[in-house]
Structure formats: C-alpha cells, structure tokens
Ligand binder design. Structure first.
Ligand code: GLV
Ligand code: MN
Ligand code: MN
Length: 403
C-alpha cells in the first residue's frame, strides 16, 4: 500500500496521477519498480516496447515461466491502484518466496506493462501486444496530441522500434499469465467478498471520429449557411448514449472531444472525438459499432461535413482459461474466502496475453466501485487476501507435475 502511494507521486500533472506511455514520469516509476524487483531478487530488463520485466529463475530456468503482472501507465487523473496493484502484489509473491527460501520449479516473471490505457496514442494494450507478437509496425506512425510519433516516443522510452519482434514470447517460454487487478465495479462490495475470480473480459472497440466543416465568425455567418462540425458531434454523443441505454449490457462513451480553432466567438472548423463501445457479447458490440458508423456518415451528409471514422482498437470478448480459473477458485477457497465469480467490463493486458498463453485474473474489492478516478480505493486487508490467494495459487502450480 505504501508502494502504491509512492508510485502515485510519479505523474506528468502535479496534483493528479497522469502517467501516459513513454513519458518521463512513467520512466521514473519504472525505475522505482525495477529497484523493488531487484530487491526481491529478480533479474530486471526493459524490452523493446518499454515493458519492465523482472525474472526469478527458480530451480528449472528453462521451464515455461509463470507470468504475473499488470500495467504501470495510467489514465488522466487516475486512481493509484488500477495497474500498479497487480504489479506490486506479484513482486510481493516473489519477495515472500525469497524470504522463506522457497524455490519454485519454474521461473516467475513479473511484468510491468507500459501501455494498457492508451491515453497518449489511443493504443490500448501496446505493451502486451509486444509480448504476444501482435505489435503492428503501423502503430509506430501514430502521433500524439503534440505531433510526436510512437516511433520517437519509443526511442526516448528505452525501447527499440527495430527490435519489437524480440520482445515476443517464444513458443514454450511461458505457461500462463495471471493478473491481479482492482475490480473497478461494485459487485464484490455488494456480495461482501474481498476478492473475485474473473470469468471473462468484455469486448471493446475504440474509434476516433472527426467531422470537418468551415470555421467562421460567430456573429456574422447565418445559421442556415453554417457547416459547423460541433452540433454533428453532439448528435453522435447523444446517439451513442441512446443506443447504449436501449441495448441491454451495452456501454458507449465519448470521453474526449477536441474542437478547433476553439474560441467562444468562432464557429468550429473541426471536431474530433473518441468513442468507446463495450459488451460481453461480440455480435452485440459489432452491431452497435456498425449502427453508430452509419449514423455518423448520415449526419455528415445531412450537414455537408467531411468525415473520418478510424477504428483505433477492436478487441473481442475473451474468456479466462477454464482450468487455470478453476485452480484460482481453489486457491481462493484454500485461503478461507468465499468464491465469487464475475466478468470484467474493463479491459486488461490479459486480453492480449490470451492470444499466446492461458490467462486468469483475480479481482480485489474496490470501494464504491469507483475507478479511473482519484477516489479509487482498496482495503489493506483485501490486498493482503489477494496476496495470500496468489501465493496459494503459485504454490499449487509448483506442486503440480509440470507438463
Ligand atoms: C482500461 O482501463 C479500460 O479502459 O478498460
Ligand atoms: Mn487497469
Ligand atoms: Mn484502467
């Protein structure tokens, strides 16, 4: 908990927690976590995407590794547990084993992923994509709000755009990926359980939409002669909300909008905004995205605007691995805790890791279900429970015969 507080001081925006990919605050946070990994006896390296990877070799260094971790980047004005908690709990497992001279029969690797939130480049899961071997070279040409390319950002972040393929896990290198994370919702609080076993992670689409019209004088251009992109954007904000309210389980969010030139007495020339659409069932999500795209194009035609629709990320729903999840539930029961199962509406690096290794996730109860907000909070006793469960789980795997 003290370490979560300490990591919260690494930020690009003093007074809040904002740690986007590739920034000085993320580099400094990564150095701090690397120090804690070394103190826990791990060998530490930074991979070509800027992920931090700490490894404890165990008695059989060539056996497939057990991967544990979460992400170190954050949203804007974030809480202090979304991401860091999973990394720190994992380090604690390795440190406990070292302190009790327990040697696992497989390597344990703790990963602090560099870009799960996608705040800077709208690229969710960039860090885990590198491990999964699905980091598309096209990502390198993405630009942030200051016109800096991902290629440039990667260079200053200690990564290497030309060596991204080297960051990918090789076949047989890892046996599983387990992520501990705050729930970010109210379920565990409602059922009064400290932890929960995740069954599946909802699908997620992120889209960037832009309408372009003609900027002009707010006092002279008659209403019927305007080509104003901002009311068009407003129509889509409302259309997304309406569709989500009418579709069971669908969530649609416009979280950013950028208007240029941006003055109170100037008609906007350009409006660019994000759209995040989620649902546990893939067809419901993809149908909603198609319906909203049709609406965007209709609005552009009706208002004589230029339009851009760019799907930044599109991730189907992912079930957690059944045998691993059963084993995790056994570890919860062995720790004397009630076994609660729940799906995740939030995205996690486990989504992308599931492309290459079996994944399981453990949620920690979160006060009021509040997350992506500075008020995010967890109880120390719940974190202690999560550490006990993960410890049990790793010990159970260690006692199993290795395949
Ligand atoms: C990650 O936090 C997400 O947006 O689900
Ligand atoms: Mn997270
Ligand atoms: Mn998050």
């Amino acid at each position: 908990m003290v370490r979560c507080d300490e990591l919260a001081t690494f930020t690009e925006e003093p007074g809040s927690i904002t740690r986007p990919y590739g920034t000085p605050s993320l580099i400094a946070a990564r150095e701090k976590v690397a120090q804690w990994m070394r103190e826990a006896g791990m060998d530490v390296r930074i991979d070509a995407a800027g992920n931090l990877r700490g490894r404890a070799n165990g008695s059989e260094p060539t056996a497939p590794a057990l991967l544990l971790g979460s992400h170190l980047d954050s949203v804007r004005d974030a809480g202090r547990y979304d991401g860091p908690l999973g990394i720190l709990v994992a380090i604690e497992i390795v440190d406990r084993a070292r302190a009790s001279q327990q040697v696992f029969p497989f390597p344990v690797e703790v990963i602090a992923f560099a870009d799960e939130e996608g705040l800077r480049f709208q690229t969710t899961y960039l860090g885990s994509c590198a491990l999964a071997g699905s980091f598309s070279p096209a990502f390198l040409d993405l630009v942030d709000a200051d016109g800096i390319t991902l290629r440039e950002a990667l260079g200053t972040f200690g990564g290497d755009p030309r060596a991204l393929a080297d960051a990918a896990l090789r076949s047989g290198e890892a046996r599983a990926y387990i992520e501990v994370h705050i729930e970010q919702g109210p379920y565990l609080e409602f059922v009064d359980a400290p932890v929960g076993v995740v069954t599946a992670i909802a699908g997620q689409s992120r889209i960037m939409i832009a309408f372009s019209g003609e900027a002009g004088h707010a006092g002279t251009v008659p209403m019927h002669l305007r080509r104003d992109p901002l009311p068009a954007a407003a129509q889509i904000v409302l259309a997304a909300e309406d569709l989500a309210r009418q579709t069971r389980g669908l969530l649609a969010t416009v979280g950013t909008i950028d208007v240029t030139p941006g003055a109170s007495n100037v008609i906007a020339g350009h409006a660019r905004f994000s759209l995040d659409v989620r649902h546990p069932e893939n067809p419901v999500r993809t149908n909603a995205v198609s319906a909203l795209e049709r609406r965007v194009r209709e609005v552009a035609v009706t208002r004589s605007l230029g339009v851009e629709w760019r799907v930044a990320r599109d991730h189907p729903a992912v079930p957690c691995d059944a045998p691993l999840t059963t084993r995790l539930a056994e570890a919860v029961a062995a720790a004397g805790l009630p076994v609660e199962r729940l799906p995740s509406g939030a995205g996690h690096d486990a989504v992308v890791m599931s492309e290459v290794v079996p994944v399981a996730m453990l949620f920690v109860r979160c006060a009021g279900g509040i997350s992506h907000h500075p008020a995010e909070s967890v109880k120390t006793s719940d974190v202690a429970a999560a550490i006990d469960v993960l410890d049990q789980f790793v010990t159970m795997l260690a006692n199993e015969k290795l395949e």
